[in-house]
Design a protein around this ligand. Sequence first.
Ligand SMILES: Cc1ncc(COP(=O)(O)O)c(C=O)c1O
Length: 405
Amino acid sequence: MNASAAWQHLEPKVVAINRRIAELEWEPSRRNNFVAYKPERDSSYVEVDGDRLLMMSGYGYIGLNGDQRVVEAAKAAVDEYGTGTPGVRALAGTIPLHEELEAEVAKFTGRESSLVFSSGYAANVGTVGALCGAGDTILLDKLDHASIVDGAQLSGATVTRFRHNDPRHLDRRLAGTDPDTTRLVVVDSVYSMDGDIAPLPELREVCDRHGALLMVDEAHSLGVIGATGRGIEEHFNNEVRADIKVGTLSKAVPSNGGWIVGNEQFLQWLKRLARPFLFSAALAPAQVGAALESLRILDREPERVTRAQAESARFRQIMSEAGMNTGDSQTAVVPLIVGSDENAWDYATACRKAGVIGLPVMTPAVPPGLARLRIAITAKHTREEIDFAIDAFLTAARQCRLIGE
Ligand SMILES: Cc1ncc(COP(=O)(O)O)c(C=O)c1O
């Protein structure tokens, strides 16, 4: 078989996906995927195709991207250590700044130790894959992030799903597992497309009864929930703990990287087993410096968290009172659920014409028929910007007949 014959197998798949995107994005103002947005340093506006638009779908929950102190910390790290790291963490790649960052992550999250990976994706794949293998069972919430699902599938363990945020269904799933094996339950603390919160106390109770480990992914909860942004345990008044906590340095913390926290002995073991930690280059100095400074600022300025929490609650209330479907969101992540993929693209286009960017999310990232704009309210958004966005989202919703006049 020659190479072109081999490509023929792929061609129908490539054509089908490209056709679907072309159906949704038939003119430049409908392009949403892989578009380059140029952000303004001191506001939430971005430039795209010559237009100045208000970005309402970014991740920077505590408004620190572009903060001068974080920028200076990244520059200082480059001045001291250069732009790269000379290897993987196990071989020459660890610099003192990694250790400082790990100490800060551990302190901030209330655990003895931490390990920093080169992304949140790598932290999830590495952790889940190290904890479980053939013969074990991993139990995933139906809406868990793709990195958790990928880690579970790569691990070789049996993978089962339970209904979203349903501890009773988890209970039934656990009842059929072998108590002499590792059973690992993994949930997102805050669901990235829905903005709802995992019921930690109930999950803890079920896991304890079955002797299962409970792991939470704090990607969208660090800096977002809890009185000082410390995530899901603080949200539930520190009454219960997860066994394993992982998170990212790419959402509230404006850098890159992922982390896991736990006791020293466990992490010593994990760092020898987690493949993305062992076999991928260490996080670059600029990212480490930026992450370290951001965590220190978050620790000193919890008002960033409370302001974003108050503004998100106001946004959710106004949007749902106006008739928009915001699902079960309780956080800064607010879906505006509109149904079909076409509806989401039409709505995003109308929003853009009204001056705001709300990015559409379709299947497979969300279940069919639940396409949405994924909105995130951040501490950088001013009251004026949020009011402008509310007006624009509602004007566009009326134009698209999602709500009445
Ligand atoms: C819940 C969740 N976990 C993990 C990740 C992966 O993090 P990163 O983008 O830092 O690799 C994401 C990214 O979107 C996420 O939403």
